[in-house]
Ligand binder design. Structure first.
Ligand code: S3P
Length: 439
């Protein structure tokens, strides 16, 4: 029997090399969207490779509180959709824990209902910006209130969601998705103009579920009305989880791994382009049987990296991987600059502050900027750090042990369960050595 790991505190012993063929759990962003669209479709949908994690389970429990039947079966999740107008008023407030994606996607759906709802989260989520979603939904006729721009979010019944033309005000796929989900209920067509390319999973899944939508880098045009749905869909492995294995392999000596069945949607894989610019030996091959999302395999070999100025156009395409870009920069020769990344301040932690603290603890010279960081590559020592309550910071700190001079102790790591529950088991199978020091 596998020993259960207490995820409060984890010690990453300096590891030698990684090798093997592996896979990662289903994509978090796509899992949330699969729940939300299945519940308002007119089909019963079997969702294969659903990410069973703390965050996605918050979307699931919200769907259940809205009267949707959801069953976890052997190998898939089954959701019985009730159509656009079949949701029931929730008897209690909807609690979204740490999951920003859940809260923002549900704001889009709930702002179009004929009943009221209250959306809340844990202390981290209740301090993240929600007014950025509300302001754009109000342009469509939604009635949303909150104090100081933060949850709890109070949504009141709306007369009618209005189809209109507006511009996305922040580079956020979550805000964009809330608008598109509300647009399903609009009285006419919705046009959304955008200045940034952000992940397009909502657009792709809406299309897959039968919605009339056209989209390019600058404009999304969407028709209102029913979505038919699908009886089954398969979610690709999460590129953002694969990213930890990719960097661990690049940084460790004499290493090579292959990760199979990973999502390779180009709006998510900016991290690969950044690493390749830094000198990484990475190749991808696309699976010819990819469905509504491109997927394939990634082959990675140990590489010597050099510093770069990260191009602005790759920031939104690598937003969740920027902590790993910081770590890559810390191990690279020369200086790396990341700018135009102030969105990092609004994630599960302020990731500019968190990465400055983490790299400083590991003896790397780093300068915090308003909208990014400047990092001078050097020699990573060991150290003892806190995750700032952020799953991606916790996993980045543990990955640093692949190139550190000694061990790294990370506190407050239980949050890894929000996105990659079997992270420790997966990386240990490949050759890393992470333990719970209290066991
Ligand atoms: C997500 C979008 C991104 C990302 C988050 C997941 C999504 O957030 O950081 O982890 O599923 O749409 P923003 O939309 O706020 O940039």
């Amino acid at each position: 029997m596998t020993k259960l790991i207490n995820k409060q505190k984890l010690l990453a012993n300096k590891s030698s090399s990684l090798s093997g063929v592996t896979s990662v759990p289903g994509d978090k962003s796509i899992s949330h969207r699969a729940i939300v669209l299945s519940m308002i479709s007119s089909e019963t949908t079997k969702i294969f490779n659903f990410l069973d994690s703390a965050d996605t389970n918050k979307s699931l429990s919200a769907a259940i509180k809205l009267g949707i039947k959801c069953k976890k079966k052997n190998g898939f999740l089954e959701i019985s959709g009730k159509g656009l107008y079949g949701l029931m008023p929730p008897k209690q407030e909807l609690f979204f824990g740490n999951s920003g994606t859940s809260m923002r996607l549900f704001m889009g759906i709930l702002s179009a209902q004929k009943f009221s709802s209250t959306l809340t989260g844990d202390s981290s989520l209740n301090s993240r910006p929600m007014e950025r979603v509300a302001i754009q939904l109000r342009n469509m006729g939604a009635c949303i209130e909150m104090e100081d721009g933060h949850a709890p979010v109070q949504i009141y019944p709306t007369e009618q969601i209005i189809g209109c033309k507006q511009r996305l005000k922040v580079p956020s796929a979550q805000v964009k998705s809330a608008i598109l989900l509300a647009a399903l209920y609009a009285n006419s067509k919705t046009i959304l103009n955008t200045d940034w390319i952000t992940r397009d999973h909502t657009e792709l899944m809406l299309e897959f579920f039968g919605c009339l939508i056209s989209h390019n880098d600058k404009e999304i045009v969407m028709n209102y009305g029913e979505i038919t749905g699908r009886d089954a869909l398969t979610i690709p492995g999460d590129f953002s989880s694969a990213a930890f294995l990719i960097l661990a392999t690049l940084l460790a000596k004499n290493s090579q791994i292959i990760i199979k069945n990973v999502g390779l949607n180009p709006t998510r894989t900016g991290f690969l382009k950044i690493l390749q610019m830094m000198g990484a030996d990475i190749t991808t091959s696309i699976d010819p049987n990819s469905s509504f999302e491109i997927q394939g395999s990634i082959k990675v070999k140990s590489s010597v990296l050099h510093g770069i100025n990260v191009p602005d156009n790759l920031i939104s395409l690598s937003i969740d991987e920027l902590p790993l870009v910081c770590l890559a920069a810390a191990c690279a020769h020369g200086t790396t600059t990341i700018r135009n990344a102030s969105e990092l301040r609004f994630k599960e932690s302020d990731r500019i502050v968190a990465m400055t603290a983490l790299l400083s603890e590991l003896s790397i010279e780093v300068k915090e900027l308003k909208d990014g960081l400047i990092i001078n590559g050097g020699i990573i020592t060991g150290g003892e750090i806190d995750s700032f309550g952020d799953h991606r910071i916790a996993m980045t700190a543990l990955v640093a042990s692949t190139c550190s001079k000694s061990d790294i102790l990370v506190h407050n790591t239980q949050n890894i369960d929000t996105s990659f529950p079997n992270f420790v088991e997966t990386v240990n199978q490949l050759g890393m050595d992470i333990i719970n020091p209290d066991h």
